[in-house]
Design a binder for this molecule. Structure first.
Ligand code: FES
Ligand code: FES
Length: 215
């Protein structure tokens, strides 16, 4: 006898600071919820197996592979995708601007995941989380190229734009945060508004459009 399909589940999440309520199959991944149900196709599906990082988003401020996470696990939580990093089209997130300035992409398929992962990674770095290559004698890891490569090693780029990606991330890491700087991610970290509210880059990489958007 064939097992009956699971009952649909109704979930409420803050997606890019907007409260959304959806009813989906309980087996739906967060990636499919974003792309197929909500039409947020900036987050890409590469391997669908947790191996490429193309689907990286920020869930409750931490980077995750959306293909490996059930949407139901995020009921009541917040998710920021590449579409939600910037305040608007004229105020890019610093990482988006740096990727453009450093030409840190070719086909752009991995780029949304790279940028979301870098945003989460810089927060981890600022919080003092060590990596495999952090000198145990150092109180705080600094954003050297080796640190960036190690911490971004879960985000693969088939166009091999790695040198430019590292340069873009390092520029943001090295830039002091201005008092009046403000990004959509800051809002997400601060929690919901009144109403609504990884993986790695090869250590040795060869030289290297979109900082979001649909596909
Ligand atoms: S699509 Fe999720 S890690 Fe590749
Ligand atoms: S820019 Fe093409 S896969 Fe990274």
């Amino acid at each position: 006898m064939q097992a009956a399909p699971p009952e649909p589940v109704t979930l409420t999440l803050d997606i890019n600071r907007e409260r959304r309520t959806v009813t989906v199959d309980a087996r739906t991944t967060l990636l499919d919820l974003l792309r197929e149900t909500l039409g947020l196709t900036g987050t890409k599906k590469g391997c669908d197996h947790g191996q490429c990082g193309a689907c990286t988003v920020l869930a409750d401020g931490r980077r995750i592979n959306a293909c490996l996470s059930l949407a139901a696990m995020h009921d009541g939580g917040s998710v920021v995708t590449i579409e939600g990093l910037a305040i608007d089209a004229r105020n890019l997130h610093p990482l988006q601007a740096a990727f453009v300035a450093h030409d840190a992409f070719q086909c752009g398929y991995c780029t949304p995941g790279q940028i979301c992962s870098a945003a989460g990674m810089l927060d981890e770095l600022a919080a003092g989380a060590p990596s495999l290559v952090t000198d145990p004698g150092c109180a705080m890891a600094v954003a050297t190229d080796a640190e960036i490569r190690e911490r971004m090693s879960g985000n693969l780029c088939r166009c091999s734009a790695y040198p430019n990606i590292v340069a873009a991330i390092r520029e943001v890491a090295d830039t002091p945060v201005a008092d009046d700087s403000h990004t959509a991610l800051d809002d997400a970290d601060a929690g919901p508004r009144a109403e609504p509210a990884g993986p790695a880059m090869p250590a040795a990489a060869a030289p290297g459009h979109p900082t979001g958007g649909a596909a």
